[in-house]
Ligand binder design. Structure first.
Ligand SMILES: C[S@@+](CC[C@H](N)C(=O)[O-])C[C@H]1O[C@@H](n2cnc3c(N)ncnc32)[C@H](O)[C@@H]1O
Length: 273
């Protein structure tokens, strides 16, 4: 786990698409390459709803962070699988409520660190980017950035937004979420969204496609029940069960909903203890 030193060259592997850059393309960003756009074209042929899904998911993340900052008083955010900077970023949403809000971004794609540095220039005293595999919980919590976030014992919101499907069953993503939850101060929160389908054929097809195209940097598309297990024993907020995230506290009745549903982003916001 590390931060990239100034002057160090970033070496990009452009032989295969990256999840961070594909997601950036789906959101209409420009930090992507032909290999990512070609992969998205193939994905959109298989699952045409995916572009809409990415937007709906990002809008959920923004609503959840704003809600936690404004209505729950959260000022600390640990964003696992943060992706490439996409305005508004988590710190921009939280700092609209309180400019002292702190965010640690974690991603294992080096391009996120490279672009994150530019974003950090905004205010390095409140934001940090770690280039780390989020499965390395011990190392992440030992980092000076995470220690600073946790130092005053105030509640933290741990975000796992559209990233747990990158972890395979054998790596126990449920155990990972519990481990992080156990380390957070009392009164902390979890925000989770996860690609899900209750059609086994769709789950198998999209999982195989994503594993293949990303060279194995992918886990599983899961059933809604399996995603629901991430919330077991937790108090869900603003919904009595996990939901298609376009339905989680929509800004209005006219807010975008996911129309076609080969797969959905399923999840919610919960209080830990
Ligand atoms: C689909 S993007 C989601 C970005 C953001 N959370 C959002 O929802 O808008 C998933 C991100 O997770 C990152 N990622 C995947 N596996 C990871 C891992 N094991 N550790 C850290 N980041 C990971 C990818 O590089 C990518 O940037």
């Amino acid at each position: 786990m590390r931060g990239r030193e100034h002057g160090e060259r970033l070496i990009l592997d452009l032989s295969k698409p990256s999840i961070a850059r594909m997601y950036d393309f789906l959101l209409g960003g420009t930090d992507n390459y032909q290999v990512d756009r070609d992969a998205c074209d193939e994905l959109l042929r298989l699952a045409p709803s995916t572009r809409e899904l990415a937007r709906v998911n990002r809008a959920f993340l923004v609503r959840a962070v704003r809600y936690l900052a404004r209505d729950c008083g959260v000022r600390r955010f640990l964003d696992h699988g943060s992706g490439l900077p996409t305005r508004p970023n988590v710190h921009q949403v939280a700092q609209e409520i309180d400019p002292t809000s702190q965010v640690v971004y974690i991603d294992n794609d080096p391009i996120v660190l490279a672009h994150g540095r530019m974003m950090l220039a905004e205010d390095p005293s409140t934001t940090a980017v770690l280039n780390a595999d989020m499965r390395e919980t011990d190392e992440i919590f030992r980092s000076p950035e995470a220690k600073r976030l946790l130092r005053d014992g105030r509640p933290v919101a741990a975000l796992f937004v559209s990233v747990l499907h990158c972890i395979r069953d054998e790596d126990d993503p449920w155990g990972l979420v519990r481990k992080v939850a156990d380390r957070l101060p009392p009164g902390s929160y979890l925000v989770i969204s996860h690609l899900a389908s209750d059609d086994p054929e769709i789950r198998r097809g999209l999982t195989e496609f994503m594993q293949d195209i990303t060279g194995g940097a992918w886990g599983e598309v899961r059933s809604v029940d399996r995603v629901g297990e991430f919330f077991e024993g937790l108090q869900l907020l603003e919904a009595d069960r996990p939901v298609d995230v376009s339905r989680w506290l929509p800004d209005s009745d006219l807010a975008p909903r996911q129309r076609t549903q080969e797969w959905i982003e399923y999840g919610g916001v919960a209080r830990i203890g």
